[in-house]
Ligand binder design. Structure first.
Ligand code: SAM
Length: 275
């Protein structure tokens, strides 16, 4: 018999594909709590069923009503309550932030049980520098907003980690090639599942590969840090021309210098030639 859990909120990470990745502590906690707050009762119901656990489930996401959140907080103040998401670590591009914040403010004990998260699995597989990384969640879907988001991250001295979907991968790779030119990119797909793969290279190589082999499933997309820029892979003229379409030569040179780390004066001279 497991020792009874004290009251509080238990954040429980669950598998991102391979059910064997559930931890022993996650199992005892899911068994020992009074209820499980989850995004989708069907998805969590399948996991609990697989583990042979019968448990009360309460649907919760960050758009839930204040009443639902208050109800969960009242429950967690008196009894142990688990929070799970459909897969992986709750709060990481998943619901939970508002509940955890409110629980802490209310003085309710919060415990986080570590386990799978696609961002970490992708990063560790990618071969990209892992000493510093910036997790940026999902990029915006619209071209302009996505370009702006990438430009804002261009100077960050770290590997960038994004969550992505298969239908948007080609557009994202094209945007990376434009806004973060010359950077090595890695696509980690279907992690911990049967068709797991991690493929790296320049965006153009990956676009060519995935147009011949349309990707399926879930994706973590990573971009190496600016120091790792492959200058030979940068099409400087194309970048300058894209900027010159809406900016003066000096501004175009400054923007391309920021994105590539190339010398601004050299770029300015080339921009004047192209104009
Ligand atoms: N909280 C989850 C975590 O910790 O990994 C992430 C939830 S987020 C809503 C879902 C996204 O995570 C997917 O669109 C995909 O980008 C990524 N993802 C989840 N499982 C994955 C897997 N098995 N392989 C690759 N990416 C995955």
């Amino acid at each position: 018999m497991d020792a009874p859990l004290s009251p509080g909120l238990y954040i429980v990470a669950t598998p991102i594909g391979n059910l064997g990745d559930i931890t022993l502590r996650a199992i005892t906690t899911l068994r020992g709590v009074a209820a499980v707050a989850c995004e989708d009762t069907r998805v969590t119901g399948k996991l609990l069923n697989h583990l042979g656990i019968k448990q009360r489930m309460i649907r919760y996401d960050d758009h839930a009503s204040t009443e639902t959140r208050d109800y969960l907080l009242a429950l967690a103040a008196e009894q142990p309550l688990a929070l799970v998401s459909d897969a992986g670590t709750p709060l990481i591009s998943d619901p939970g932030y508002k509940l955890v914040r409110a629980a802490r403010e209310a003085g309710i004990a919060v415990t986080s049980l570590p386990g799978p998260s696609a961002a970490i699995v992708g990063l560790t597989l990618s071969g990209l520098p892992s000493d510093r990384f910036l997790f940026a969640g999902f990029l915006p879907a619209k071209d302009k907003a996505r370009g702006d988001a990438l430009a804002a991250l261009a100077a960050v001295p770290a590997t960038l980690v994004f969550y992505e979907t298969a239908p948007r991968l080609a557009d994202c790779l094209a945007a990376i090639s434009q806004h973060l030119p010359g950077r090595e990119v890695a696509v980690a797909r279907e992690l911990t599942k049967r068709f797991e793969e991690c493929r790296s290279g320049q965006p153009a190589e990956l676009i060519a590969h995935y147009s011949a082999h349309p990707p399926k499933g879930e994706i973590v997309l990573m971009v190496g840090p600016p120091g790792e820029v492959d200058q030979a892979a940068v099409d400087v003229d194309a970048l300058l021309q894209a900027e010159l379409a809406h900016a003066k030569a000096s501004q175009a040179a400054a923007a391309v210098a920021k994105a590539t780390g190339l010398d601004r004066k050299v770029l300015y001279a080339r921009a004047l030639e192209l104009k």
